[in-house]
Design a protein around this ligand. Structure first.
Ligand code: MLT
Length: 325
């Protein structure tokens, strides 16, 4: 009996030693961060900046893989079912919480099927339109949408996307439905908005700031209480008549459930370092956002955020009665 306990103890000690050894040597190969939307959109932009800085810290390539579709849930599912070794990660946003209600059947649970690494940034949104839209202010857009209704083509990145959520809030505020045109991401959606194929979109400033500045699209209002330094001439939605129309898009990094804790902590440490990288700080600021505080780039902070946001959005979504399945 004693021999068996010793063997068991030895086995546990060896398993623990190999786990902490794995963390000490981690990473020994390139890391993939899955973006659950197509390339060229706001989530992709944020991820590529963070991936570059994390790669420098970790001494390994951090590559970005775009897995779009179903409002970000296909990409999230890919990571939920990946090998829990720290080499496949997900960078996703508020959709992680809203899809928990919007999709009544999901192949993963946003809380239980992931190891939460940390929060990344919280991005403002802006209502934008094609440059020849017959409206120049938020008040004129509101009148335009109320008059045209379902003749207005509203672009988003699928049910559960931030652009979907903002559109939902906007249509609720106006008590008017538009026709939704879904894309795999707001990168391609913005291309069509610039081409005049669609009329309106509510998207993150990390995707639209440059196009607003160069006049290839119109901006009607930002969804934050104060005007942005990056877009000083764009009024807030509140000052434009949509009192309290505020929504910001938080982003987090996730690994599959079962990823060794030491590895998760090393990834969180690298994320914190990346969020202090001068290039990340500067590019985020230029695009209207800022890195999350260091205390939020932690597993506990991200898990708590996902839980609180699921609880916040569930009644709102249930009241709207809009579900993906
Ligand atoms: C969205 O939720 O609208 C996404 O941010 C779109 C994207 O990143 O492409």
């Amino acid at each position: 009996m004693k021999k068996m306990i010793t063997a068991l103890g030895l086995g546990t000690a060896l398993a623990f030693a190999s786990q902490s050894a794995s963390a000490q040597s981690f990473p020994t190969q390139p890391i993939t961060i899955v973006v659950p939307f197509s390339a060229g959109g706001p989530t992709d932009t944020v991820t590529r900046l963070v991936a570059q800085a994390m790669g420098q810290d970790l001494g390994q390539q951090v590559v970005v893989e775009n897995v779009g579709g179903a409002g970000g849930t296909l990409g999230a599912a890919r990571v939920a079912h990946a090998e829990p070794n720290g080499y496949t990660l997900l960078l996703h946003h508020i959709g992680m919480a809203t899809t928990a209600t919007l999709y009544r059947e999901l192949p993963y649970n946003a809380l239980e099927d992931f190891a939460h690494v940390g929060l990344v940034t919280e991005v403002p949104m802006v209502m934008v339109g094609r440059r020849d839209l017959e409206a120049d202010t938020m008040a004129e857009v509101i009148a335009y949408v109320r008059e045209k209704g379902e003749d207005v083509m509203y672009a988003n990145a699928g049910i559960g996307a931030a652009s979907h959520l903002c559109g939902l809030l906007f249509m609720n505020a106006l008590e008017t439905q538009m026709t939704t045109v879904p894309y795999q991401g707001t990168g391609p959606a913005l291309t069509d908005l610039m081409g005049g194929q669609v009329d309106l979109m509510c998207d993150q400033t990390t995707n639209t700031t440059n196009q607003i500045r160069d006049g290839s699209i119109k901006a009607f209002g930002v969804t934050v209480p104060e005007r942005l330094e990056s877009l000083p001439d764009v009024p807030t939605a509140s000052e434009s008549g949509l009192e309290g129309f505020e929504v910001t898009i938080w982003h987090g990094v996730y690994a599959p459930k079962g990823t060794p804790e030491d590895v998760v902590n090393r990834l969180s440490q690298s994320l914190k370092i990346a969020l202090k990288d001068p290039t990340v700080v500067e590019r985020f600021a230029d695009l209207g956002t800022a890195p999350s505080p260091e205390a939020d780039a932690t597993p506990a902070a991200l898990r708590a955020k996902v839980q609180s946001e699921i609880d916040l959005w569930r009644p709102i979504i249930e009241a709207a009665g809009v579900y993906a399945n």
